[in-house]
Write a protein that binds this ligand. Structure first.
Ligand SMILES: [Fe+2]
Length: 277
């Protein structure tokens, strides 16, 4: 069976069984990654796991927001495709961390999906292309500009940004730090916090990549994702899973333990306040 025959029948299948947009996209996604990437590569497996966790988080947020079936479907498709550029990046650059030195993975994802219309293999209708494109492009930006976006586009940008960050918390409590971020535990444990990073955290700000100078700065910048979330239910999930305690307690900070204690207190208070109101 050649690929065109397969795809033609695949689209028919979608109509016959009234498959959800997400399920249809998921089937092609699984084929896509198995055919294009080494499934024995740790970084690729890490990315597959992350993708499906982000899908679950997006579904959770939609349920908590009482969104309808269509919006839930769109949010899950966006989550499935949001890091597609990361797979290529991991294969070619062997790093996830530095979007500064390698190509920005969100832009790469949009290019991969839309430049040659690859998106049609994942989603048969073009009706939601703009939402998908804008949500993927904005999902990892330090701050995303709402100007010129419709309410629906803003909503989906916010959902993917939260869903992605929540899973970043999960992954960083358990996954090998070098596989995730190209730094070693010793780099985190034996370094000092840069003043700017400390002050931004204490002022409830997310950390700008260029301000990170040391291993511990990088670690703190991941925890500071907490300050950029959009929905109360995202904070509730983080509290429920105890991610903040787990992240701070993961390493032994040999040079800046006192400051890390202060940052932890700040983060836990911030979380409680977000849940209360
Ligand atoms: Fe992601």
């Amino acid at each position: 069976m050649n690929v065109y025959y397969y795809l033609a029948n695949y689209h028919k299948m979608e109509m016959m069984y009234k498959m959800s947009m997400y399920l249809f996209a998921q089937k092609y996604f699984n084929n896509f990654i198995h055919h294009n990437f080494d499934m024995n590569d740790e970084k690729i497996l890490h990315k597959v796991k992350h993708t499906y966790q982000v899908v679950n988080n997006a579904k959770y947020i939609c349920e908590k927001l009482n969104l309808d079936e269509l919006n839930t479907d769109i949010a899950m498709v966006i989550a499935l495709l949001h890091d597609i550029g990361r797979f290529t990046q991991a294969k070619e650059m062997q790093t996830f961390r530095e979007d500064i030195t390698s190509f920005d993975h969100a832009t790469l994802g949009v290019k991969l999906l839309f430049e040659k219309n690859e998106i049609r293999n994942f989603v048969s209708s073009s009706e939601y292309d703009e939402i998908i494109k804008k949500a993927i492009r904005n999902h990892s930006k330090y701050i995303f500009d709402e100007n010129g976006l419709s309410d629906m586009e803003i909503l989906h940008c916010k959902i993917i940004r939260d869903a992605d960050k929540i899973d970043s918390f999960r992954a960083k409590t358990v996954d090998d730090i070098y596989t995730m971020a190209n730094i070693y535990a010793e780099d985190i444990e034996n370094s000092l916090i840069t003043d700017k990073v400390y002050n931004d955290f204490m002022n409830e700000k997310t950390i700008v990549s260029k301000d990170r100078k040391t291993g511990i700065d990088i670690w703190i910048s991941y925890i500071a994702f907490l300050f950029g979330l959009n929905f109360k239910c995202s904070y509730q999930l983080i509290k429920e899973k105890d991610y903040i305690d787990k992240l701070f307690d993961r390493f032994e900070y040999k040079l800046d333990a006192k400051k890390m204690k202060e940052l932890k207190k700040k983060a836990l208070n911030y979380l409680d306040q977000k849940i209360r109101f």
